[in-house]
Design a protein around this ligand. Sequence first.
Ligand SMILES: Nc1ncnc2c1ncn2[C@@H]1O[C@H](COP(=O)(O)OP(=O)(O)OP(=O)(O)O)[C@@H](O)[C@H]1O
Length: 412
Amino acid sequence: MADSQTKKSESLNEEDVTRYLLDRISGLEKRNLEIREELRQLESEKRFIETQKIRFEREIRKLKGEVEKLRSPPLIIGTITDIAGDNRYVVQSSAGPKFMVRASGFIDSKDLKQGVRCTLNQQSLTIVDILPESFDNQVYGMEISNIPEETYDDVGGLEYQITEIREAVELPLTKPEIFARIGITPPKGVLLYGPPGTGKTLLAKAVAHHTEAKFLRVVGSELVQKYIGEGARLVRELFELARKSAPSIIFIDEIDAVGAHRTEGITSGDREVQRTLMQLLADLDGFEARGDVKIIGATNRIDILDPALLRPGRFDRIIEIPLPDYEGRLSILKIHTDGMNISNKLSLENISKLTEGMNGSELRAICTEAGMFALRNEKDHVGMDDFIQATDKVGSEIKNHMKSTNDGVMFA
Ligand SMILES: Nc1ncnc2c1ncn2[C@@H]1O[C@H](COP(=O)(O)OP(=O)(O)OP(=O)(O)O)[C@@H](O)[C@H]1O
């Protein structure tokens, strides 16, 4: 009897344990389902947040683009003359008229006080930047190098032009006494003209290197387009800075943008160019030929230059920088392959024959591209096949560019 009772209680215990375990399993399964549901919800939230993130990133890109657009030229420079409250300011533009304008959101209103110089976007007339009180080359995008590193050895195929520029710019800076002894006035500067990419800037930098002169480079189109109404002032300040930094060389690239034929200009843009040109002529006349500031102008469009600029006493020598001929191309190719590991079977003579009509800048691009082809094919040396592929690539890029811009020959 006692035996049967013990068995009964044991089987009851087993039943309890089984029931308990089954309950536990079903509890865990339920919990598992709940957790899965939570996970699903979290994943859907994550997806939503990721979509939001993408949307916000797109928005940020768009806003950044708008900020860029607002900041991009052309800009009007002016001075705040009055604060009208409610984000409204009276700005007197440097070209004369007064405007009631608003400031864009990224300008701190605390910085906008009476007398502060600022730039306005020409289309929206909103204040987009605050200018420092005095002349700041960073603001005006002027390139200043202490003494450039480029030397005459870096210039290929322009031996005659190097001699000319040495006489007209280098000699007056390094040996002014020679001119005094013979009793002639040294040249004030030279004008380099010819197609783009032929080495005008390079040559100007090389002269500055050899004369240990500071190199101040401005681009004509920026003088008249970037800060409307400021061209003349910028020219004045440029000459002032050059005098302060002497010995120095002022290099005006794209001088045709300031010095085109004077026409019956009626648009404000024409008047702005004329004002800038008059200031440039005045400064050219005003500075001492025997001093240690020289000026080099460069243009692709000598045909449209105002004759006033070409008169002696302004640019005393006018030097053509043409497209390189066979020998010129060969010497440019030698310069740009100098540091490269080239195969001894490579014939630069043949490359020079293949590249007729190309300028120095394109020849340099061919050398770099050839190196890239060799790199891609995991070679140690750059060979003829790499150069041929590079020539084709650069050649077709030029054709595409010509097609898209419908560019004709732009030089005289
Ligand atoms: N004659 C050359 N010898 C060696 N390299 C050259 C020569 N011409 C051009 N290059 C290469 O091409 C680059 C661009 O040339 P550079 O800016 O001097 O031409 P540019 O005539 O001033 O052009 P642009 O009229 O467009 O301003 C140079 O930095 C140089 O690497």
